[in-house]
Structures are given as C-alpha cells and as structure tokens.
Ligand binder design. Sequence first.
Ligand SMILES: NC(=O)c1ccc[n+]([C@@H]2O[C@H](COP(=O)([O-])OP(=O)(O)OC[C@H]3O[C@@H](n4cnc5c(N)ncnc54)[C@H](OP(=O)(O)O)[C@@H]3O)[C@@H](O)[C@H]2O)c1
Length: 315
Amino acid sequence: MEKFRPSHILVFGATGNVGKAIMDALVSANPAFPRLSIFTSKETAVSKHDLIDGWKSSSVSVLLGDIMNTQDIEAAYREVDTVISCLGRGALEAQKELIRLAEASPTVRWVIPSEFGTDPEHNELSAQEKPHQMKLAIRKFIRENTKQLNVTYLIVGPYFDMWIDQYKWKDGFGGIDVAEREAILTGDGDTKIGFTTLKDAGTAVVAALRHPEASLNAILRVASFVKTPNEVLSEYEKQLGVKFSVKNISLADQEAAERKMWEEENPWATVAALRRIWATGGAMYERFSNEDIGLGDGEMESLEKAVRKHINLYK
Ligand SMILES: NC(=O)c1ccc[n+]([C@@H]2O[C@H](COP(=O)([O-])OP(=O)(O)OC[C@H]3O[C@@H](n4cnc5c(N)ncnc54)[C@H](OP(=O)(O)O)[C@@H]3O)[C@@H](O)[C@H]2O)c1
C-alpha cells in the first residue's frame, strides 16, 4: 500500500465549515488529483448551488443522495478509492455505515473520517469528555469492523479562525475582539496550544494524501503554529500598536459555566468543553506530524499571517 496514490477522491460534507477549506485545497492541488467527487443532499445542492457550481467548473463531479441510504452510498463509491468525511457533529454516527460500506467496497482503500479537531484519545481524561464520545465510538467501530480499509485520523487542534471567535466571544467563551480591542482568555493564558488555520486543514489533508507512507493507518497531529493565548494576544497588540483590555476567566468559573450548560442541554456546551480542554493542554502534543507529511517550515500559515488576515477583516 505504500505506493498507493489516490486516483478518485470522494468527499462527504464538502460544503460545511471544514469541508469548504478542504475542498479549496483539493481543487487547487498541483499536481491535480485525477478525479474529485462530492456527495451531497439534493437540498444542499440547491441551497449552496453557487459554491457547488464553482467546483463543477473545476471538474468536480457532484453526486446527489442521502447519507443514510445504502444504495446511494454504494453507487457513490463506484470507482472511488479514497473517501474523506467532513460531516458535521450531527451526522458523525452515519459514518459507521459509510465505513461498513467502504470496507465491503471493491474499490475503496482509504478513509479519512471526520475528526479534524482535538485527539479524543489524547490522555486518560479524554475518554470521559462528552464532545469526544461519538468520535471515540467511530474509532472503536473502525477497529472492530475493518480489515482491509486504511484509515487516517487527522488531528488539527482548534481552528485559529474559530478560536478567536470574532462573532461569538461575547457569549463568554473567550476570544479576541479586534473592533473593541478586548480579549477574554481562559486561565492565565500561558498554556501552549497547537492551532491550525482552516486553510491549513486543507493543506494538511492534501499533504496526508501525498504521503501515504506516513499517513496510512496513522493518527496525524498537525498544527500551523504552537502558541500560548498570551502570545496570540501580543501579536494582535504588536500589529495594531495598541494594548487590549484583557479579562481572564478562571478555570473554576469556566468549569462552572460549562457544567450549567450541560445541565441545561445548551448546544454550546460542546464548545465550552472544547475551549476548556484546549486551555488546559488538550491540544498540545509531545510530537507533531507536520514534517512526516512534508509540511516543513513555511509550508503552513504563521501566527503573524493568521492575525493579519483576521485584522484585515475589520478594515
Ligand atoms: N477543531 C475545531 O476547532 C473544529 C471546529 C469545527 C468543527 N470541527 C470538526 O470538523 C468536522 C466537520 O465539522 P463542520 O463544522 O465543518 O461541519 P458542518 O459545517 O456542521 O457540517 C458539514 C456537513 O455535514 C453534512 N451533514 C449532513 N447531515 C448533517 C447533520 N445532521 N448535522 C450536521 N451535518 C450534517 C452536511 O453536508 P451536506 O449539506 O453536503 O449534506 C454539512 O454541510 C467535525 O468532525 C467537527 O467536530 C473541528
């Protein structure tokens, strides 16, 4: 399998937050991948036709169907050798059937399931974390139900673009408000975090596909850059030439707020839990896999570039 090269890639969840970034990288990959297809619902094909028409003009095939329908999936897998799932949290469980059918398929050899976040098997606490349960269940399903299929888990930590949370930070989760020159940080802001920009999630997927010798049956942990929240804030202050007003939420207050959200079944509890996990070292690994898949210095976005892009949104 080390010589395996993807020839026909099928993407689920292509039009989602992460899927779009991954599609951008796949479509513009040079050299180009021989064949690219997406699987989406009829409803999405209508509501997001501008996005999808753009891909069609770049020779992407669009397959319509229902991810819960076995015949639709079997038909979509015909001639496909590589499957990338970017399905959202609400659809993660559907991946069990997608994987079962991929294992049974005569052509599918490689699946990248929808992880694209924090390693759910990072440490002894990870097994108890609510946001990790479905991703852990998918890993277990894969361990118990696949023999031929090659699987790669791509761990990227928090998306920098979302972590700074320009729209939602007033909900108290923390983040950087460029317009108001304010920052809310969890804890003392000195814990290192491996951040990835959304654009680089796409870069990392393409790099993984180009390096099957390192990525087949591996957990790849990548990051655009490793920085503390205080270092991130300093970069904003440096580029803007002003001091931000800073509020630090204590870990105890953050945990109390998160507990209340779980009790109230607030859907944002997942985000609160992930932010706590990241603020306490849950997105910092002993070793990152960037170089294993050819992502050496300068291949991914720097903190400086990511902050400049964010500030430019406000100009
Ligand atoms: N590291 C981070 O900071 C971070 C942040 C966000 C997400 N993530 C991870 O990235 C992966 C993708 O998340 P996302 O935010 O990009 O997903 P999303 O935008 O919420 O959804 C992606 C696609 O999934 C498909 N889908 C079908 N049924 C669905 C359902 N019931 N609920 C949700 N999606 C459904 C839809 O595709 P069609 O319209 O084509 O049917 C949708 O466009 C997940 O594993 C998530 O945990 C990580």
